[in-house]
Design a protein around this ligand. Structure first.
Ligand SMILES: [Zn+2]
Length: 315
């Protein structure tokens, strides 16, 4: 059959309209899904906030009970309540702690709105005079423990000593990460990410341990002896591992977090953390937040190893 000009134009017009309609419909669907998705995250965060605030009231005994029995010097800053048995240390922390807070939040791109969870509640830092008092008062079940962040009471405990330089920013980052996630914390599933973020926060303040102990471990990863990301995520209890492997585990967690932040920015990384904390499936989270860069764990691992072998690691 031979087409005249007119039916051809009509057919083209119909095809064009169908195409335009389909395109608008799909982009509408995509936008709608994105909106619903963000909305779900927000709703979840708000309900958790209410839940945690109720829970907090029930277990508010913690800190007052501890510091009442001892002779503590107390300072209050914008974001912290500092309790130390040593007055000089209390003064030192009072002078420095807000700067530490600023370095951590800046390095991770956390705005105050991101940390609204438990708004108005200061983080409590309790530093005992020595390790014996710390263990006795906190009833720490672990003989090797040198500090302890307690999410539910928003507090951090330790004792006087040089370890505080790295430990304070590390544990504070854990507490801030917990706030950022709106009080959601599945220690098992989130452990690798939480440790990577805590080391990243620590490195923005003090990186002696990171440079001297962790960085050399990455040579193992460069030689191909790394712990795969799938294994890294599964590692929930490191007690059974030898120290070399524990350090490699920490070094890799930090290296992957550094890679993701340096490569694609803080905003995307923040979104990834939120999605992963909700979904706990790394492939889903990567696919949603990094569809073009590293959409699954294999791609992430390949890109991260390339970054490592090219020595683009800054610390
Ligand atoms: Zn940690």
């Amino acid at each position: 059959m031979k087409w005249t000009v007119r039916p051809k134009v009509v057919l083209l017009a119909i095809l064009f309209s169908v195409f335009v309609f389909a395109f608008s419909y799909f982009s509408y669907l995509q936008r709608y899904n994105q909106r619903m998705y963000r909305w779900n995250i927000e709703t979840e965060r708000i309900s958790r906030l209410v839940y945690e605030m109720t829970k907090e009231k029930e277990s508010s005994r913690g800190i007052e009970h501890l510091v009442e029995q001892n002779d503590f010097v107390h300072y209050q800053t914008k974001h912290f309540d500092i309790y130390c048995q040593n007055g000089d240390l209390a003064q030192y922390l009072n002078d420095k702690i807000e700067k530490v807070y600023e370095s951590i939040t800046k390095s991770l791109g956390y705005a105050s709105v991101d940390l609204e969870y438990r708004m108005g509640q200061r983080i409590k830092i309790v530093i005992f005079k020595d390790v014996e008092t710390y263990r006795e008062k906190t009833e720490s079940p672990f003989p090797w423990s040198i500090g302890n962040a307690v999410y539910v009471t928003n507090s951090f405990y330790s004792y006087e000593g040089p370890h505080l330089k790295g430990l304070v920013p590390h544990e504070l980052t854990h507490l801030l990460f917990y706030r950022f996630l709106g009080g959601r914390y599945d220690l098992g599933a989130m452990r690798w990410l939480s440790e990577g973020v805590a080391m990243y926060g620590e490195s923005s303040v003090y990186n002696k341990f990171i440079n001297e102990v962790l960085a050399p471990r990455l040579d193992m990863a460069r030689r191909g002896e790394h712990i795969s990301i799938r294994e890294l995520i599964k590692a929930k209890d490191l007690q059974q591992e030898d120290l070399k492997r524990i350090h490699l585990w920490y070094a890799e967690c930090l290296s992957i977090v550094s890679f993701m932040i340096e490569q694609e920015g803080k905003e995307k990384f923040k979104e990834f953390c939120l999605v992963f904390s909700q979904d706990r499936n790394i492939n889903n989270a990567l696919g949603k937040v990094y569809p073009d860069e590293f959409h699954n764990v294999y791609k992430l691992e390949a890109e991260w190893l390339r970054y490592l072998k090219d020595n683009r690691q800054k610390w």
